[in-house]
Design a binder for this molecule. Structure first.
Ligand code: FE2
Length: 280
């Protein structure tokens, strides 16, 4: 099994179940993955990853979409619409943001490296958090500094401006660049128990052969520049089968002031209605 590149993210409500599955199967995982699959690959990956993505081939990402409720529209979209991701109606300078992140690759550190979960090639750099290399939540460290904008923001002004001014968010938790290297993978896991759309995941690029699967929701139809709200209580995994880095930006936070909340809620409702119209 791989050991030198193992790294881990451990969020507050992390699901430990898959770790047990992973280690029980790890001994036969890396050289015995010639299983029936539609995916072509020429590297050794855990059977757990291959099996997870095989199962996703039978599913659709969006199915049985319902029209938005007449009352409490925002609440309905984020908590009751039963979708796993919602692409927001936002245009972003993703090429410039990718170039900024790409120029900072030497600053990235291995993510979740204090646990042995089995991921490969997963790295991160923090823009808002306890420090540029505090890629986990503050509760995962002893005496972590209060969250703040790190000095990395000075080196990615377009990204920083986008985060501060385009998402209709004024209350920030962690904001991080997330890198998945060529042939890297993030093992299946979930990060929360609450079924709702919350975290923002933003594709600064997304190589064609990089796939993200979500249990019962198939393959996420990522395109570069997508800004998606995610239900991270759904088990998910990413497998970068390409020879390119995949760089996303993950933002935890939300609106607190009324003026932000109104614009934010409208954007979410309009985005859901756009999705519904596009599929029905
Ligand atoms: Fe996750």
């Amino acid at each position: 099994m791989c050991t030198d590149e193992i790294d881990i993210e451990l969020d507050d409500d992390f699901d430990y179940e898959w770790r047990k599955d992973y280690f029980e199967s790890s001994q036969e995982s890396f050289n015995d993955n010639i299983v029936e699959t539609g995916f072509n690959f020429d590297i050794n990956v855990p059977n757990q990853i291959v099996r997870f993505f095989n199962d996703r081939q039978k599913e659709q990402h969006y199915q049985n979409l319902q029209p938005v409720s007449k009352n409490d529209k925002f609440d309905w979209v984020v908590k009751k619409s039963k979708i796993a991701t919602l692409k927001l109606n936002l245009k972003i300078p993703y090429t410039e943001m990718y170039n900024e992140a790409n120029s900072l690759l030497s600053e990235f550190i291995i993510h979740r490296n204090k646990y042995e979960e089995g991921h490969k090639g997963w790295k991160s750099l923090v823009l808002h958090g306890s420090g540029k290399h505090y890629t986990l939540g503050a509760d995962q460290y002893d005496d972590a500094p209060d969250y703040h904008w790190t000095d990395i923001c000075d080196k990615c002004p377009i990204t920083y401006d986008f985060i501060k001014n385009s998402l209709f968010i004024d209350s920030f938790e962690r904001v991080r660049f997330m890198l998945l290297e060529p042939n890297g993978f993030i093992c299946p896991h979930k990060d929360d128990d609450e079924h709702r759309l919350q975290t923002f995941n933003i594709a600064l690029n997304h190589p064609e052969d990089c796939i993200m699967g979500m249990e019962n929701y198939g393959i996420v139809p990522w395109k570069e520049g997508d800004v998606r709200m995610m239900n991270i209580s759904v088990k998910h995994s990413v497998w970068n089968r390409s020879n390119k880095n995949r760089i996303h930006l993950i933002v935890h936070g939300g609106p607190s002031k009324k003026i932000y909340e109104q614009k934010f809620n409208k954007m979410v409702i309009d985005s859901y209605e756009s999705l519904y119209d596009s599929i029905n």
